[in-house]
Write a protein of this length. Structure first.
Length: 423
């Protein structure tokens, strides 16, 4: 999908609240708040004790389901990206939302078989890639040029909103009902993003390729660049750490004797920090070199992991919230930079296909991360070793991003061709 025309009136139109792209952005925020990250990764830590009590499963075994979920996403993401490029976002998005709701209903009927549990989560992951950021960022980058970074950041803040609200909502549901009806309630919630996107999420049909923005590399051409593999490697490491820790934020608090309600507050702090991080990263990316912006936020997460490793047996909600805050800032950066890297380094021509490849890399890390944190905790009796490993992964991601070359000028809109923004 190409971007809107870049004529003399375009910056004014994009600044106006009447600009249609803002309505698309609103729907994207809500859609990402109810996407698999917040809905599944953000809630499983609170459902895990109930699954363990019902079936006798360990935490590592439960968190391994997220690995199967993401392995399926890895296998399906490249194909999903190509479908989006070929058929359009809406054709893929709405069936995927239905499948996301169906998965919660299926999970509510699960018995004591881990094999069936893993099989369900695998199918769930394969059929819901279209509900992730690949769909929403495709729409947004087609509407916004001057404020593309800010728009992507605001949309990605929807993930932070979800990570903030969903744990609190799940805690309330589990306080008043059993875990099975609570899962059915989660399925019912998805009518909200479905209807809002049905009304508001339309592609920019009048988009015209200007200023090189409709130009771009093919998927195979992108894969042959060193920049692609530097990005992919950094995304893999950051995803393993930042997504891997998500379902363990609440468990870190529970291990220190905090009640479920306070553990949910700590988990929600992680979500709040990602909201701030995503919007700030997006805004900065419109003015500064994206890799440098990402490095700053990833470094803060590395420090947060170190803090988490040495909090000891603290029962302080404030200190645990600070851990969640610092780690969450890096998570806020990660989802922004994938879309911005593609548009700045590879152009818009095959955005969906290239995004699908990088999303697959992201999901590989996200597949391994939760289980590694879980098994690490089971083996060592605490979270210190997994948190130290998370810090090392983030430090290595920073080093990889520091090796990225300046943007190819032909993929950068004229308004962003300042020295600070290009390198």
């Amino acid at each position: 999908m190409s971007s809107s025309p870049m004529n003399s009136s375009y910056p004014v139109r994009e600044s106006s609240l009447s600009f249609p792209g803002w309505r698309v952005l609103l729907a994207a925020v809500v859609g990402l708040a109810f996407s698999p990250g917040p809905m599944i990764f953000g809630s499983l830590g609170l459902f895990a004790p109930h699954l363990a009590d019902s079936f006798g499963w360990g935490r590592g075994a439960i968190m391994l389901s997220l690995t199967f979920f993401n392995i399926a996403g890895v296998l399906a993401s490249s194909f999903t990206g190509q479908l989006i490029d070929r058929l359009g976002v809406r054709t893929v998005l709405f069936p995927s939302l239905i499948m996301l709701a169906t998965g919660f209903l299926g999970l509510s009927l699960t018995g004591g078989s881990l094999f069936a549990f893993y099989g369900l989560t695998f199918l769930w992951g394969a059929l819901t890639v279209g509900t992730q950021s690949i769909s929403y960022t495709k729409l947004i980058t087609g509407w916004f040029i001057q404020r593309r970074g800010l728009a992507v950041g605001i949309a990605a803040a929807g993930l932070g909103l979800g990570y903030t609200v969903i744990p609190l909502l799940v805690a309330q549901l589990l306080a008043v009902m059993d875990w099975r009806p609570a899962l059915c309630a989660m399925a019912a919630l998805l009518i909200v993003p479905f209807l809002l996107n049905l009304l508001l999420s339309h592609p920019n049909m009048n988009a015209v390729a200007k200023q090189g923005d409709g130009d771009g590399l093919s998927l195979s051409e992108a894969r042959r660049t060193g920049s692609f593999w530097l990005m992919a490697s950094a995304i893999l490491l950051a995803s393993m750490a930042l997504t891997g820790v998500v379902p363990h934020i609440a468990l870190l608090a529970l291990d220190r004797g905090l009640p479920t309600a306070q553990a949910a507050i700590v988990a929600s702090t992680y979500g709040l920090s990602t909201i701030f991080g995503r919007v700030l990263v997006g805004a900065l990316a419109d003015h500064f070199f994206v890799p440098r912006v990402a490095i700053c936020f990833f470094a803060m997460s590395a420090a947060g992991f170190i803090l988490a490793a040495f909090v000891g047996d603290t029962h302080s909600v404030g200190l645990l919230a600070l851990v969640a805050l610092t780690i969450g800032l890096g998570f806020g950066a990660e989802s922004d930079v994938i879309a911005l890297f593609i548009s700045r380094y590879f152009g818009q021509r095959c955005f969906g296909a290239i995004y699908g490849d990088l999303l697959a890399i992201f999901l590989i890390g996200a597949s391994a991360g939760p289980a590694l944190f879980g098994f690490g905790r089971d083996l060592t009796g605490g979270y210190q070793a997994p948190m130290i490993a998370g810090s090392a992964a983030m430090a290595m991601a920073c080093l990889l991003l520091s090796r990225l070359a300046p943007y190819p000028v032909r993929f950068v809109p004229t308004m962003h061709r300042s020295k600070k923004a290009l390198a």
